[in-house]
Ligand binder design. Structure first.
Ligand SMILES: Cc1cc2nc3c(=O)[nH]c(=O)nc-3n(C[C@H](O)[C@H](O)[C@H](O)COP(=O)(O)OP(=O)(O)OC[C@H]3O[C@@H](n4cnc5c(N)ncnc54)[C@H](O)[C@@H]3O)c2cc1C
Length: 340
């Protein structure tokens, strides 16, 4: 990665450290942060903070490959996320990052791919970005999460397999805590507004399909989507609220393949490579705001919450991460040129 990387990642976040005198970016003391969560939201936020010069640690209970983020189909499209208007703004800003990352697919896992969404027109601002027929980023999460982790570590960040029993535990170790714990926020905050929306997908051999296809029936528990990844096709999908069984259900898998075979008949006979299940961290509204958390020494640490991204965490990851970074140190980000 060249030097432009950090600048672009933070949409112009200031790489000259602590210009605004906020204490952020000194690399020690007030410049340190613990990011709780090593999924796409935590890692993206951690990349931005580390590339700004902060001393950042990521604590993750699970390895990147075990997170909900690793199950994501990886299509950048605002789906099952609220509030819709803010999500669209985050998605548009993330789109710009993904378009740039798509210049190096083998490294990043991001490609711009043409597709079809037969029912319903997407918002105009989205069409103006993606074109007609739309050309949206598809992210191979098995390449992308290691890419983010590598970039984070290259910026001096440290990744630790560690479960936080409370936000205060993280606050005891850093003046800034980012809570990107996804579904874990239910217990960690605790926040009962976070609910699991179970999703199941089937990965099959690709009989030669190059475009993605999505039926975007927002609230339905069964949808149809076909996403080409370098290793095969991801066929979806389901969205069941408050279902938390992470074992794949064979009947559900068969129904998914049947639905997709109605679109592309060749899929009826293709080889199944893998079944995947993930629990989307849905919240009536994404939580992106600050709170003070006791640090156990009579003071408090700044906690920036960034969780509850439902079915579109990848789609909005960069927009949300830049906003979270701005909550860590407003002047350092807002004063920088080139924000999108
Ligand atoms: C089947 C399926 C398909 C999807 N397809 C898409 C798609 O095409 N496009 C899209 O944009 N989105 C998609 N999504 C949604 C997307 O996967 C999520 O929105 C996104 O992964 C949420 O990211 P996250 O980082 O918040 O959560 P996660 O990836 O779940 O990460 C949470 C992290 O927090 C850690 N954690 C939790 N509690 C603690 C604790 N107490 N201490 C330490 N660590 C903790 C976990 O170990 C983990 O590292 C899909 C989801 C599913 C299930």
């Amino acid at each position: 990665m060249d030097d432009r990387n950090g600048e672009r990642a933070a949409e112009g976040a200031d790489s000259s450290r602590d210009k605004a005198g906020t204490g952020v970016g000194s690399g020690t003391g007030a410049g340190s942060a613990v990011v709780v969560g090593g999924g796409v939201i935590g890692l993206t936020t951690a990349v931005i903070l580390a590339e700004r010069g902060m001393d950042v640690r990521v604590w993750s209970r699970e390895s990147p490959g075990e997170t909900t983020s690793s199950v994501a189909g990886g299509l950048c499209w605002p789906y099952r996320i609220k509030p819709e208007e803010r999500a669209l703004d985050w998605a548009v800003r993330s789109f710009r990052q993904f378009s740039w990352l798509a210049e190096q697919p083998p490294l990043t896992g991001v490609r711009l791919v043409r597709g079809r969404m037969p029912d319903g027109a997407p918002p105009e601002v989205w069409t103006s970005l993606t074109g007609t027929p739309p050309r949206a980023p598809i992210v191979d999460m098995r390449t992308y999460l290691p890419y983010l982790l590598g970039r984070f570590e290259a910026a001096g960040g440290r990744y630790e397999r560690r479960a936080a029993s409370s936000l205060a535990e993280a606050a005891a170790e850093a003046p800034v805590v980012v809570n990107a714990s996804g579904l874990g926020a239910r217990e960690l905050v605790p926040d009962p507004a976070v609910r699991a929306v179970r999703g199941q997908v089937v990965v099959v051999e690709n009989p030669g399909i190059e475009e993605w296809y999505v039926v975007a029936t927002g609230g339905a528990s069964e949808t149809t989507y076909i996403l080409p990844q370098p290793y095969g096709l991801i066929l979806g999908g389901t969205a069941h609220e408050d279902a938390e069984v992470t074992e794949p259900d064979p009947a559900t898998a068969e129904a998914i393949v049947r639905r997709c075979a109605r679109i592309h008949p060749a899929l009826a006979d293709t080889t199944v490579l893998e079944h995947r299940v993930g629990l989307r961290p849905f919240r009536p509204s994404v939580r992106l705001e600050t709170e003070r958390v006791p640090d156990g020494r009579g003071g408090t640490s700044l906690c920036v919450h960034n969780y509850g991204h439902g079915g579109a965490g990848v789609t909005v990851s960069w927009g949300c991460a830049v906003d979270a970074a701005r909550l860590v140190a407003p002047a350092a980000v807002d004063g920088a040129p080139g924000r999108g």
